[in-house]
Design a protein around this ligand. Structure first.
Ligand SMILES: [Zn+2]
Length: 281
């Protein structure tokens, strides 16, 4: 599943080439998770603005002449890669394959969403502050690198949750972006057992955990930047990151710190990998 680092690296790769591009056409394939929400012809002539990211959503603002644009909150497309989606940009698109379900053709190239499982989405919204964008993004927790997310606010949010810390991280309520692999790695780095109740984590340990989440995601972003060409599919980057993971996917292998075998348990139907010696409740 594409995680926040993949989505951010994707954003960086398409933002500069597409900024200022004029939409010439839209091709829809099979239905995605949600309908587009507007007539494709409405998008022709719109100019692409700076693409931003919130959680695992990308927001592509569009300046469209006949839509009485609100300068502060223009309409646009909200994109999500779902379970198996990936975006690619090409000067001249190849003929659409069976898994290519959205093409945005512009005067600066074509953006294509390839998504075999079709849990991804491209949704029109009249603004970022309007439904449906506001409704979808409003549920998300703070961004991991938002300076407003402090050790104190992170600890305070954990104090409100009795669930195991691993589940709380995956929920995205206290911070977005800690998907399964990154949550496992951050908990290892912070020395916290994934089963520990979130509200029992002390302030100093919460601070370590927030630092570990940020460091883990920063490393993934660095890796993504350096290996972008190698992951044409949505799983490539997590796969590349996994090869350097300390505990994720390493059940039975010796912990790099202490040599104890890495354990795997199932929490909420997801695998948690951890070192029972290095990670404490
Ligand atoms: Zn260990």
């Amino acid at each position: 599943m594409p995680e926040l680092p993949e989505v951010e690296v994707t954003r960086r790769s398409i933002d500069a080439p597409l900024r200022g591009a004029v939409v010439q056409g839209v091709r829809l394939g099979k239905p995605l998770r949600w309908p587009l929400g507007t007539e494709p012809a409405q998008l022709v002539g719109c100019r692409v603005g700076a693409i931003s990211r919130r959680g695992k959503y990308l927001w592509m603002p569009l300046r469209c002449q006949d839509m009485s644009p609100d300068e502060a909150d223009p309409p646009g497309l909200l994109l999500h890669l779902g379970m198996s989606g990936s975006l690619s940009l090409s000067a001249v698109p190849a003929p659409a394959g069976p898994h290519d379900h959205f093409d945005l053709v512009t005067d600066r190239g074509s953006l294509r969403l390839t998504d075999p499982r079709r849990f991804g989405a491209v949704v029109w919204s009249p603004g970022l502050q309007e439904a449906p964008a506001a409704r979808l993004l409003g549920k998300l927790g703070p961004e991991p690198f938002d300076p407003a997310l402090t050790p104190a606010s992170f600890h305070a949010a954990l104090q409100q949750r009795r669930a195991p810390i691993k589940a709380v991280l995956l929920s995205g309520d206290v911070v977005v972006g800690a998907g399964n692999i990154y949550a496992c790695e951050a908990l290892f780095e912070a020395g916290i057992d994934p089963r520990q109740r979130a509200d029992r984590i002390s302030r100093p340990r919460a601070e370590r955990l927030l630092g570990a989440v940020r460091a883990t995601l920063a490393r993934a972003l660095d890796l993504g930047g350096s290996t972008l060409r190698d992951f044409h599919d949505a799983h490539g980057m997590s796969g590349a990151y996994q090869s350097q993971a300390a505990v994720y996917g390493r059940e039975g292998q010796p912990c790099g710190h202490c040599g104890s075998p890495v354990r795997r348990i199932v929490q909420g139907q997801r695998s948690s990998f951890f070192c029972p010696a290095c990670q404490r409740r």
